[in-house]
Design a protein around this ligand. Sequence first.
Ligand SMILES: NC(=O)c1ccc[n+]([C@@H]2O[C@H](COP(=O)([O-])OP(=O)(O)OC[C@H]3O[C@@H](n4cnc5c(N)ncnc54)[C@H](O)[C@@H]3O)[C@@H](O)[C@H]2O)c1
Length: 358
Amino acid sequence: MHYFDTIAEMGHEQVVFCHDKASGYRGIIAIHDTTLGPALGGCRFWNYASDEEAVIDALRLSRGMTYKNAVAGLNLGGGKSVIIGNNKTAQREMLFRAHGRFVDSLGGRYVTAEDVGTTVEDMDFVHMETTHVTGIGSKSGDPSSVTARGVFRAIQASAFQKWGSKELTGRTVAIQGLGHVGYYLARELHVAGARLLVTDIDAGRIDRVVQEFGATSVALADIYAAKADIFAPCALGGILNDDTIPQLSVEIVSGAANNQLLEDRHGDELESRGILYAPDYVANAGGVINVYSELTGWSADRSLRKADEIYETVLSVFTLAKSTGIPTYKAADRVAEQRIAAVRGMMRTWPQYPNKEA
Ligand SMILES: NC(=O)c1ccc[n+]([C@@H]2O[C@H](COP(=O)([O-])OP(=O)(O)OC[C@H]3O[C@@H](n4cnc5c(N)ncnc54)[C@H](O)[C@@H]3O)[C@@H](O)[C@H]2O)c1
């Protein structure tokens, strides 16, 4: 792998390889773009098959965070870190303190958080060494209700775009996955008067939503072909693919799951079938909005109001897609790029770098 060619092509500013002999820590911190603010993104702890696989993951995920943070209207750039190793290890304090020291050495250019393989307790260890960490035990807590609010607003925006009204009374929504986000989303949709068809691999989670919100349970494999108006994927990535898309009878796909499109071409496929797709990272930005509240000191109410703005953001993505004749997943990237370019332009005309003491 030609590292400099790759990061130049992907637009990264900085990639740091970190090693701590005492703890055995091997980490990579990738900072993609800090035009909008410090690069924020979680720390993934994973037993990568090779160092190259770890680098690619860090580069790909950090770039994704630039787009997600930009579209959400936050003053945050994109970054991500990975720790190479067995994420089930019980020896965590020294690993995560080492991570915290390397994060601290970047002076705030990168802010870390939880991700796959890491926990609130791990971030508490990181916090012993640096303040550039979010998601610690004493702060913003579980983001799922804020994420669900954002997804709900994305569904309303999609309904407005498709049917001329954001009203969901009488509409049927098929929800895949009733975990942290899926449960709260089901509640929001129930309150809005929608009918719910639901599935999960966990029968207890289905029962709760059936009992509390009058949902109808559907077999796992039947959720794609369910007779519904809207499909809300809230479980796994890659579920919009060659097998599932032909089964869909819905007019809208809008949910919380990350990386819903198996490949970009599946976004084109939805478009050609007339199915409106609310891009996943726009719809599920409530999670990062919740993290941002830790940095800004926002109240829970303020975070929810910011998540409410996802309605307007999703509409602006649809408007751009329509006016330029591109699929919505590409339009989302353009909205992010436009915001970054606008802020970069403003910096050039400003007498001094924003937020820096003279
Ligand atoms: N939690 C957040 O704030 C947040 C923020 C942004 C994105 N997301 C994304 O949203 C999705 C859901 O997140 P979560 O926090 O609710 O996770 P979760 O683990 O709490 O819930 C996922 C649910 O999906 C179910 N599930 C797993 N495989 C399934 C399958 N094949 N069919 C049906 N159900 C299945 C699980 O049993 C579980 O109930 C994930 O893709 C996550 O990355 C979450």
